[in-house]
Design a protein around this ligand. Structure first.
Ligand code: ADQ
Length: 440
């Protein structure tokens, strides 16, 4: 049984813009399972809606508008998300929101309870649901329950800023195993748990992707009419590509500034490149996200105003979501991918870019050293995403890199991705969850 805040639709996964759904969708294919979570709707109804297709059943509940506002917009996205991404200054703390978060977790547990079978293995996902196992244990659940955190976990000194953070950590005792994206995240959580006397095992299980399948999809996508039309619109200019949810963790203002610095400091590239940044609006109900969008709209205007020629627009910008298959095509024709989050649990776009590239003439990945993916993607040009100058220098290096070096860097990353894959992630975690079972 999978439990996560949102449950992707049973059909058509083509337009999802979110790493959790993408990672799990690939990992759970061909397993018999029930996926439980929030329906995405708000209403006063408390009954779970259950639907099935093939081996997959999904059960979802609605939240009330108030629960949604306090739990999701409030505590999850306004408190935990910034704090876990080391952005203490953006986090807001309201007792009422924390209580709503706990109440929603209780509601999840109560709705789940009648659906549970004795031999189920329960895999809970992400920070929205930290306290779920503790509640299920209090109700008497004896099943194996594992937890995976898709985002980073900060050092205990920073986490300590969270009011009643100790209670959150103690609740993690309800899990038999906790998976994190990187060894550093695992170490941070272990330290914090140790201080609370909690002994739940914590391990690193980096999320992977099915590199071969994504590569094939990208190759096929290159032939799509819309992808070809896009390529023609580049008029032979090399494509620099970025795609992220519009989120302040993704380092978008610094990235745009880095591109502007490239045009300023390395004018030989002017007129020969186009940077397309796709950033579908997410969490528009949260203030910092609205402010960020305005800041970015302005930056795009400013940069194009400063550098455009009558027949060349250096920066193309869209906040609309694009289909995953089109995205795969763009990732294939891109010559440079700019993936510069200030912090990121993993970052699947980095892995998708490497998988999508043509082996005979691969492009270059410019990657933040603060993305979980940086540990694995050692062939990338690693940058400090806070420094636009460093981004500009890496872009220049990427655009000037000889074919032999591009091939060698790409090969190193591709082989690693190919070995790991998405099914390894879930298989390793579930194998260890079975073995890690605590006596209850
Ligand atoms: P996200 O923060 O959503 O995920 P990421 O890992 O980059 O970040 O995954 C985004 C996914 O959505 C990718 O598969 C990407 O291709 C897709 N996507 C992005 N923009 C899109 C668009 N405009 N249209 C369609 N698809 C789009 C969270 C964590 C990450 C972690 C993942 C998985 O924040 O750190 O890697 O979960 O664990």
């Amino acid at each position: 049984m999978i439990v996560s805040n949102r449950v992707p639709p049973l059909r058509a996964t083509s337009a999802v813009a979110g790493g959790l759904a993408v990672a799990l969708e690939e990992a759970v294919r061909r397993r018999e399972m029930l996926w439980f979570g929030w329906s995405g709707e708000t209403s006063a109804s408390t009954e779970p809606k259950v639907t099935s297709r093939g081996q997959r059943t999904q059960a979802v509940i609605d939240l009330t508008a108030q629960e949604h506002r306090l739990y999701y917009g409030g505590y999850c996205n306004g408190t935990l998300w910034p704090l876990l991404h080391y952005r203490f200054g953006l986090a807001e703390f309201r007792r009422e929101e924390e209580e709503a978060w706990r109440a929603v977790n209780d509601r999840f547990a109560e709705a789940l309870w009648p659906l549970l079978r004795e031999d189920d293995v329960i895999w809970v996902h992400d920070f929205h649901l930290f306290p779920l196992a503790a509640k299920l244990r209090a109700m008497g659940a004896k099943q194996r329950i594992g937890f995976f955190l898709h985002v980073p976990f900060p050092p205990p000194g920073l986490f300590a800023a969270l009011p009643r953070g100790e209670a959150l950590l103690r609740d993690l005792d309800g899990y038999d195993l906790i998976g994190m994206q990187t060894p550093d995240d695992a170490e941070n959580l272990r330290d914090a748990l140790r201080q609370q006397g909690v002994n739940t095992p914590v391990g690193a299980y980096p999320v992977g992707i099915d590199a071969e399948a994504f590569g094939k999809a990208a190759e096929k996508a290159e032939a799509r009419r819309d992808v070809q039309r896009f390529q023609e619109s580049l008029s032979g200019r090399r494509l620099i590509f970025g795609v992220d949810r519009l989120d302040y963790t993704k380092g978008l203002p610094q990235r745009l500034e880095g591109y502007a610095d490239l045009l300023k400091r390395f004018p030989q590239h002017r007129g020969k490149i186009t940077f397309l940044q796709v950033a579908p609006v997410s969490r528009g109900e949260v203030k910092h996200y609205r402010l960020l969008r305005r800041e970015l709209d302005e930056a795009v205007g400013r940069i194009n105003g400063e550098f455009a020629e009558v027949d060349w627009v250096p920066l193309r910008w869209t906040t609309r979501p694009i289909q995953r298959s089109v995205l795969a095509g763009f990732l294939r024709i891109a010559r440079v991918a700019l993936v510069t989050p200030l912090r990121d649990g993993m970052n699947l776009v980095a892995k998708e870019f490497v998988s999508a590239q043509p082996p005979e003439d691969p492009g270059v990945l410019v990657l933040s050293r603060f993305a979980g993916a940086a540990r694995e993607m050692q062939g990338a040009l690693l940058v400090n995403p806070n420094d636009p100058d460093e981004i500009a220098e890496a872009l220049d290096q990427a655009l000037s890199m000889p074919l032999s070096e591009r091939r060698q860097r790409w090969r190193q990353d591709y082989d690693l991705l190919h070995e790991a894959g998405s099914s390894t992630w879930s298989r390793d975690f579930l194998t260890d969850l079975t073995a890690a079972r605590a006596e209850r």
